[in-house]
Design a protein around this ligand. Structure first.
Ligand code: ZN
Ligand code: ZN
Length: 336
């Protein structure tokens, strides 16, 4: 498998002279597997990914991808309306995710929408919530072409809900050929999914957004009512055995103290979780720290790199992990 980072910034795009080296684009990664292209998240890093695909395939179709959305906060879907391949016939996309749009928001935006098809879609609260979620990325007033219209004039686009019934914490995506995709409930306001993708003998974990510690009430999982359920232990079990872990690492410990319950961990905790998972599996994990806080400049992230090196050395984590900070444009071959 080959991974290319198209957007490693968290929360909102932050282009400018202070973010040139790490990049300012929001969450998006391309994963070439034995079963074709997988796209993780559709933040505005999806826009240059679309350009790369057009460069390779042209405007006559033939682009196919499975798109796995960790959750539908803006920084994970805002690139979709500007993804050129979605407007071209002969291309094919399947979008998978949680579709965690709050009912209230869905009703409100449905009333405001002028396009009758999208309004009906929003107001009826169709069973397929991923369709509703993607519709919010292109809703009328925000973008001239709605998701519903895009599907009529453009690519063949299907949306698939990845539900977890009852208090289930994990599931498998059915019907995929040549690749296995498992998912787990993330610890994040409005809920999120963590994905594990296995192609041949190689595997990658993508956390999307998550916070360390007990399950957040705002994550809307039934287990949040039992405070004994620690999210970290689920994640450690889920990561064990993977080759590469692409992990949310938004905060420094000091910022985390001020931003608890905002839905993101410290980079230190992500490294510890991956190291513990690797120790248990007896197999090293390469950790790519991502979803960088938008306020962190290139100079600050360089210093952060230095601090994390000291941390890894002091805590003896280097026995179990190798690690690096994600940068937009970075390419990594995933070896077993
Ligand atoms: Zn995010
Ligand atoms: Zn989020």
């Amino acid at each position: 498998m080959e991974l290319k980072v198209y957007g490693c910034r968290g929360s909102y795009p932050e282009p400018g002279e202070d973010t040139v080296r790490y990049g300012g684009r929001t969450s998006c990664y391309a994963l070439q597997t034995e079963a074709g292209l997988i796209i993780l998240d559709a933040g505005n890093g999806l826009v240059p990914l679309g350009r790369d695909l057009i460069r390779k395939f042209g405007f006559k179709g033939g682009i196919e991808a499975k798109v796995f959305i960790s959750h539908v906060h803006g920084d994970h879907i805002e690139g979709w309306p500007f993804f050129t391949p979605a407007y071209l016939k002969g291309n094919k996309f399947s979008i998978y995710g949680l579709g965690n749009v709050p009912d209230k928001l869905t009703e409100e935006s449905g009333r405001q929408v002028k396009d009758p098809e999208t309004r009906t879609l929003l107001l009826r609260r169709r069973k397929n919530r991923m369709d509703l979620a993607m519709a919010t990325s292109t809703q009328a007033g925000r973008h001239p072409i709605t998701f519903a219209m895009q599907k009529v004039i453009g690519a063949d686009i299907e949306t698939v809900d990845l539900d977890l019934p009852g208090s289930e914490i994990q599931g498998n995506v059915d019907g995929l050929e040549g690749v296995a995709v498992e998912y787990m409930w993330g610890n994040h306001p409005d809920g999120a999914l963590v994905y594990k993708i296995t192609s041949g003998d190689k595997s990658l974990l993508f956390t999307g957004d998550y916070e360390q510690g007990p399950l957040l009430k705002t994550s809307k999982h039934p287990l949040t009512f039992n405070r004994l359920w620690e999210f970290d232990s689920f994640l450690i079990n889920f990561i064990s055995g993977v080759d590469v872990a692409l992990m949310d690492s938004q905060y420094t410990p000091a910022d985390y103290e001020r931003k608890k319950t905002w839905g993101h961990p410290t980079a230190e905790r992500s490294l510890e979780i991956a190291a513990e998972a690797a120790r248990r599996a007896g197999k090293k994990i390469h950790v790519i720290l991502t979803h960088h806080e938008p306020e962190y400049t290139d100079a600050f992230l360089d210093k952060r790199h230095w601090d994390l090196e000291q941390f890894v050395a002091k805590e003896n984590l280097f026995h179990h992990i190798t690690w690096e900070l994600a940068r937009d444009g970075m390419v990594r071959e995933i070896k077993a």
